[in-house]
Design a protein around this ligand. Structure first.
Ligand SMILES: Cc1cc2nc3c(=O)[nH]c(=O)nc-3n(C[C@H](O)[C@H](O)[C@H](O)COP(=O)(O)OP(=O)(O)OC[C@H]3O[C@@H](n4cnc5c(N)ncnc54)[C@H](O)[C@@H]3O)c2cc1C
Length: 362
């Protein structure tokens, strides 16, 4: 009998698998794709946020702050790149300046280092800022990673610890059988003591295998354009507007691979089936970005991609043991800051929920 089955090799399932294998060898990770990190974890801005944005008393705030504090060492442990390039949050008018005040105050309360600049001060550091900007909040702890590489490294190291990974194997049924679960995949039937649902956009469908799900996911699409690797940097930092209720807005992000991203937009959609990105959407993002940053060489566009945020209506992560099915854990609704939070979620959930459940069950 398997001790722990983890479903999904996105950044969340891969790091949970890695953390579990530090303590126990008999851990199996199932992923329907041929490698880790190809779904939500491979289609995002890849930013390790400072932790200033999530509202207080949420799991998003708790894990973002914990993740930000541990990320540099965690990336070293996993031998994956991590670059603390910093971010400027940019205000274009007095109303947005009031929001910068709120972020600055929250940063102080959370001991996050920030510096407020006038546009003239900020332009000495980032000369391509739009001169119509009126104020900037510098967040020097903001960093970038490669989430697909991080997930891959977590899986590889979990396997080195003795864990087992099953690629191209989809979970299709989960039956509670008293003291264990019978888990059916497209390739076989397995018995497991504990099951951990990290299925990203499919997490509600996995929970529905046990009966009426305790939550439903909604989807918010985010589209990007990618500028080429040979680009001399327009900005060495991430540039983003004052966040709105829909999210952080359209960003400029230098990536680990040396490319730059412009995006994402935020459009609520009924399904996550990808459709071609409309030129109108790209045009709209360019207009928004031009209010923040000038001289972006859009002729160097090499690619476009789309990501889907898995959302729940409580607007926070769901991290819970199933209310009616003991030893079944769900990590769902993991939208932003899921990348920033992943190491903290994995460590905390493994040590405070999964391993104690396994020990008590024995
Ligand atoms: C546009 C956008 C921008 C974002 N920007 C940021 C950011 O800058 N910083 C940040 O912190 N966060 C960001 N996020 C959020 C972040 O990307 C997610 O929180 C994170 O990637 C979620 O990871 P996951 O492992 O939960 O999901 P996924 O990466 O989707 O992993 C789930 C895995 O489960 C597998 N799976 C599903 N069903 C089954 C099954 N039945 N059997 C086997 N396997 C299955 C899937 O194939 C998939 O690989 C962004 C998200 C989006 C969409």
């Amino acid at each position: 009998m398997i001790d722990i089955i983890v479903i999904g090799a996105g950044i969340i399932g891969s790091t949970v698998f890695y953390e579990c294998t530090k303590q126990i060898k008999n851990v199996h990770l199932f992923e329907k794709n041929h490698k880790p990190g190809l779904e939500v974890s491979g289609h995002n801005s890849a930013i390790v946020h400072s932790g200033v944005d999530p509202l207080s008393n949420t799991l998003k705030a708790k894990y973002n702050l914990m993740g930000q504090a541990m990320y540099e060492d965690y990336a070293k442990e996993l031998e994956t790149p991590f670059k603390r390039i910093g971010a400027f949050v940019v205000a274009k008018n007095e109303e947005e300046c009031k929001h910068l005040d709120v972020l600055e105050q929250r940063a102080k309360e959370r001991s996050i280092p920030v510096v407020r600049y006038s546009v003239h001060e900020a332009m000495t550091l980032e000369p391509n800022l739009n001169p119509n900007v009126i104020a900037v909040l510098d967040m020097p702890t903001t960093a970038i990673v490669d989430p697909t590489h991080l997930a891959t490294q977590a899986v590889n190291k979990g396997v080195e610890h003795g864990g087992t990974v099953h690629f191209e194997e989809t979970i299709v049924s989960i039956q509670p059988r008293g003291d264990h679960f019978e888990v059916t995949t497209t390739k076989g039937i397995y018995q497991a003591k504990v099951v951990v649902n990290c299925a990203g956009l499919y997490a509600d469908k996995i929970e529905a295998l046990l009966g009426e799900p305790t939550f439903y996911l909604e989807y918010r699409k985010g589209e990007y354009l990618v500028l080429s690797e040979n680009l001399s940097l327009v900005s060495s930092r991430i540039i983003y507007p004052v966040p709105s209720p829909l999210g952080k807005g359209v960003l400029y992000v230098p990536t680990i691979s040396g490319r730059s991203l412009v995006g994402p937009n935020a459009v609520d959609v009924d399904s996550f089936i990808s459709q071609p990105i409309q030129d109108e959407a790209i045009k709209d993002m360019k207009v928004k970005m031009n209010h923040l940053l000038s001289n972006i060489p859009y002729e160097k566009e090499v690619e476009r991609f789309v990501g889907f945020r898995p959302r729940v209506n409580q607007d926070d992560f769901i991290i819970q043991e199933h209310p009616h099915v003991p030893n079944f854990f769900t990590l769902a609704g993991i939208e932003s800051p899921g990348i920033a939070s992943a190491p903290a979620i994995a460590k905390d959930v493994t040590t405070t929920m999964i391993l104690p459940a396994l020990a008590n069950r024995r």
